[in-house]
Design a binder for this molecule. Structure first.
Ligand code: NAD
Length: 498
């Protein structure tokens, strides 16, 4: 592998004792190491408040990797690249110490001043940290400097703008990598390949042949111990503004002229500008919200949202959202993009269903019109998680019976065909950042426009006196979500059957 593909980098990890670092970041960096994508010339400086030392951090990194069930042969060697710095984000001396430590380690590990600052802590500190990094000269190294920002990027447009202005004081747009981990998922990245590398789909990818597109990201878990955070967020901000909208953009953008960062981003931004804005007055026509009540999941009784820890017993925070987006351009006019997400639903699943239009005249429907017609709309299903694959639903002949049809499934599953676990989203994204490839990160224009789209809906909901629709835990959301599609003559396809 060329030097370009084994970047020599220091990663400064703000939030090294946190949940994200433990569950996602350490295992991902380790995978990059054992698959040869990191040279030996790398260090991670873990930063947090606790008075840990290098050894405590290394013990925790080792534990995180063991818990992720990764092979541990190279773990000792790997952990020797980790260093810890107790830190107070508001104290300038902390940044001076960091700069000094970076310089020492860069000399020791022969790293040419390339620095990634990974913000894996509470977002209220992102702006302060960025500014202090600049003011104390940490970003004035000989190599490149990049800032990785976790979600949430603001909680509405004004707060996102404020945060952006703060980080832009210290970093240029092309140094900023806003993480949307859905963009690192194997099958989300596959959307572009399916669309742009297959002669059979691109000619049909428009309002003449597609009737609607459905995107679901459902979880079985409740808010767990994140009730405090969730109360200030809710499903619309936590999932729709970023992950679901990004999937809509990848499904709807025009083909980029090249697979270059700027070209892909410009197509995404162009289509985002065509998404119909929804005023607060119209919010209920396009979006519905729900909150889980007590119920049974996998034979276990689970409490309702309002009884969860750190949740207001009269909370109106939505744990479920279902909505319709219209894209007013030539390709998509008249085709609804339905999105749906929630906690405590019947299954954990992220799937995209592309429903094609019926033929103008189908001789098999005519023949069967007295019986219950068995003609099934053609569907392309993209399985994002936990399964990864593609299913195409066609109509075939029912064996032995002349003139009768039956839905036929053509299935491709990554795990069963390739027999390998695909890399974690974070693994790809950290590697992309090291290589300076920002294609799968959100540009400020995307964040800006997506908040502008979402804000009127959240404002309508926070101003509303109506009680929030309830759904029983273990179901696919409130009945209102079904009605949203019924109004247009559609239905949510049952995910377990696809
Ligand atoms: P966490 O509360 O588990 O960890 C926060 C970390 O920040 C800890 O290491 C803590 O010591 C450190 N910290 C807090 N205040 C500090 C201060 N004043 N000075 C120095 N260090 C300080 O949080 P988390 O779940 O790891 O999430 C971190 C970020 O990642 C958040 O922005 C969150 O929204 C985002 N995120 C988390 C997940 C996840 O799965 N946990 C997923 C997506 C995004």
């Amino acid at each position: 592998m060329s030097e370009n593909h084994n970047p020599k980098t220091s990663i400064v990890l703000f939030g090294a004792t946190g949940d994200l670092a433990k569950r996602k970041l350490y295992p991902s960096i380790y995978n990059l190491y054992i698959t040869g994508k990191l040279s030996e010339q790398f260090v991670v400086i873990g930063i947090a408040r606790r008075p840990w030392d290098d050894q405590t951090l290394r013990d925790n990194v080792r534990k995180a990797i063991e818990e992720a069930h990764l092979p541990t042969d190279n773990i000792e060697q790997f952990c020797n690249h980790f260093f810890y710095l107790p830190f107070d984000v508001t104290d300038t001396k902390s940044y001076q110490r960091l700069n000094q430590r970076l310089q020492e380690l860069e000399t020791e590990f022969h790293i040419p001043g390339n620095r990634i600052y990974y913000m894996a802590m509470a977002p209220e500190f992102f702006g302060t940290i960025a500014i202090q990094l600049k003011n104390e000269g940490v970003t004035q190294s000989d190599g490149w400097n990049r800032l990785v920002i976790e979600k949430p990027f603001g909680h509405d447009l004004p707060s996102a703008q404020k945060l952006n202005n703060e980080i832009r004081e210290a970093f240029t747009e092309d140094q900023i990598y806003r993480i949307d981990h859905y963009l690192g998922k194997e099958m989300v990245q596959n959307i572009e390949v399916i669309r742009f590398a297959n002669a059979i789909f691109e000619p049909l990818w428009n309002n003449r042949h597609i009737s609607n597109i459905q995107i679901t990201s459902s979880e079985v878990l409740g808010v767990e111990d994140r009730g405090g955070y969730y109360e200030t967020s809710g499903a619309l901000r936590d999932m729709v503004q970023n992950h679901l909208l990004q999937m809509v953009l990848l499904l709807s953008m025009d083909p980029p002229i090249r697979l270059a960062t700027d070209e892909v981003r410009s197509e995404k931004i162009k289509v985002l500008r065509a998404v119909r804005s929804i005023s607060s007055e119209e919010a209920d026509d396009y979006f519905i919200r729900g909150q889980y009540d007590a119920g049974t999941i996998q034979d276990h009784q689970v409490p309702g949202y309002r009884s969860e820890k750190n949740v207001n017993p009269e909370s109106k925070t939505e744990t479920f959202v279902s909505g319709k987006l219209m894209i007013d351009n030539h390709r998509w006019a008249g085709v609804p993009f339905y999105v749906r997400t929630g906690k405590r639903m019947a299954q954990k699943s992220t799937k995209i269903v592309v429903q094609f239009k019926d033929l103008p005249l189908n001789v098999y429907t005519q023949k069967n019109e007295k019986q219950d017609s068995s003609i099934h709309p053609n569907l392309l299903v993209i399985h994002i998680q936990p399964d990864e694959g593609i299913t195409l639903i066609l109509n075939g002949k029912k064996i032995g019976l002349l003139g009768e049809t039956i839905p036929v499934k053509l299935d491709y599953s990554h795990t069963s065909v390739d027999g390998v676990n695909t890399p974690e989203a974070y693994e790809r994204l950290i590697y992309d950042c090291m290589l300076g490839d920002a294609t799968n990160f959100a540009h400020w224009d995307e964040v800006n426009l997506s908040w502008a789209l979402i804000d009127p809906i959240s404002e309508a909901w926070s101003d509303s006196n109506k009680d929030i629709a309830k759904y029983e835990a273990g179901t696919m959301g409130p009945i209102e979500s079904e009605r949203l599609l019924e109004k247009d003559g559609f239905k949510w396809w049952p995910l377990e059957k696809l």
